[in-house]
Ligand binder design. Structure first.
Ligand SMILES: *[C@@H]1O[C@H](CO)[C@@H](O)[C@H](O)[C@H]1NC(C)=O
Ligand SMILES: *[C@@H]1O[C@H](CO)[C@@H](O)[C@H](O)[C@H]1NC(C)=O
Length: 335
């Protein structure tokens, strides 16, 4: 992003097959000419890379999470609106904005790939606009049907009962008013916890209530993970901080505060089960998006499901790019 950090969501619509096979060419291919912007119906600007498909290939849309930037999909930029009120982060509205972008580009059907928070609006696109999707790939975070009665505290209490820890305790910290300041003030420690060289630290020091804040305020550090150099980490931080952390943290605040319940209640039960082809890339060393919790609902709701287990942490794009590309290509070729 020459201009920003991904604040909201960033999509790269790219001609997949070729680009995914040759990741080093991606940056070059995504020139400034391919950077598009659109003002959606909600009056937010979304920026994304768009490459028209060649030789009749389908389009692919990539949705990343937090604290990723579009660069984690190997592209390079974006200026997208970063509204600072939590009400702007209703997932169904974001899903609708992604459809606005497809309309703007006159793309009828796409293949959609979502990682982390990117998987969340992807799920709602499947509930509300499944006719626009040829196939959907979920990475780390699986498909979850609507939950009109969602209550965060009850949810993590139940997770604690099931797996023995809070799983999403850090979200509660991210939802606090001063979280953005604390994270920015202790950036290296925040990165060390979020991109840890030892994935198990998520189980002990990120997921349990209160632990992430404690780690970060104490400036605790682990050695840098193998998948990036000091320079790459600095670049990543620079991109993420361009517009500050306030806005992207609102995804978490919205979820913790149950702002999606009324929207989820509008989705009919008949749209909960997914009958188009779905790929799920499980990340086995992920102690937040835990395979034993993410897989069962997908086995129940996605009738055409392909699962691949990656022996990586949450950051499969960084840790196993070749294996990921191969698996995605294999899935795309079936569509
Ligand atoms: C979804 O599919 C599962 C398995 O076929 C079935 O048991 C369930 O009732 C379906 N749910 C809805 C809401 O249709
Ligand atoms: C993938 O991992 C899940 C969760 O641990 C497990 O249930 C499943 O059997 C694994 N699949 C394969 C093919 O190893």
């Amino acid at each position: 992003m020459t201009r920003s950090v991904v604040r909201f969501v960033i999509w790269s619509l790219v001609t997949v097959f070729r680009l995914l096979h040759v990741p080093s060419e991606v940056s070059a291919a995504l020139s400034d000419d391919s950077l598009h912007s659109v003002t959606t119906r909600r009056n937010f600007v979304y920026s994304y890379f768009y490459e028209p498909p060649q030789h009749g290939q389908p389009m692919i849309i990539f949705l990343h999470g937090f604290p990723s930037t579009h660069r984690d999909w190997a592209a390079q930029i974006s200026g997208t609106s970063a509204p600072e009120d939590v009400g702007s982060y209703r997932i169904l509205d974001i899903a609708g904005n992604i459809i606005d972008i497809l309309d703007h580009e006159k793309v009828d059907k796409v293949i959609a790939v979502g990682h982390d928070w990117g998987a969340v609006p992807l799920a709602r696109i499947l509930n509300t606009h499944v006719d626009r999707v040829l196939g959907a790939a979920f990475l780390s975070v699986g498909y979850l049907p609507p939950r009109p009665d969602f209550n965060f505290d009850a949810y993590i209490a139940q997770l604690h009962q099931t797996v023995g820890y809070d799983v999403f305790g850090h979200m509660k910290f991210f939802a606090e008013d001063d979280a953005a300041t604390i994270l920015s003030d202790h950036l290296d420690s925040f990165y060390s916890l979020f991109f840890p060289s030892d994935p198990f630290v998520w189980r002990t020091d990120l997921a349990p209530l209160g632990k992430a804040k404690e780690w970060i305020e104490r400036n605790r550090m682990l050695p840098r993970p193998r998948y990036w150099t000091t320079e790459q980490e600095r670049e990543h931080q620079k991109r993420l901080l361009k517009k500050g952390l306030q806005a992207p943290l609102l995804w978490h605040r919205g979820w913790v505060n149950g702002i999606n319940n009324a929207d989820d209640a509008t989705i009919p039960l008949s749209a909960y089960n997914i009958s188009i082809p779905v790929f799920f890339g499980l990340t086995l060393q992920d102690y937040i998006d835990i395979p034993s919790l993410t897989l069962p609902p997908m086995l129940e709701t996605c009738s055409k499901l392909t699962v691949h287990n990656f022996t990586t942490s949450h950051w499969v794009m960084q840790e196993a790019p070749d294996e990921l590309n191969e698996q995605l290509n294999r899935f795309f070729e079936t569509l």
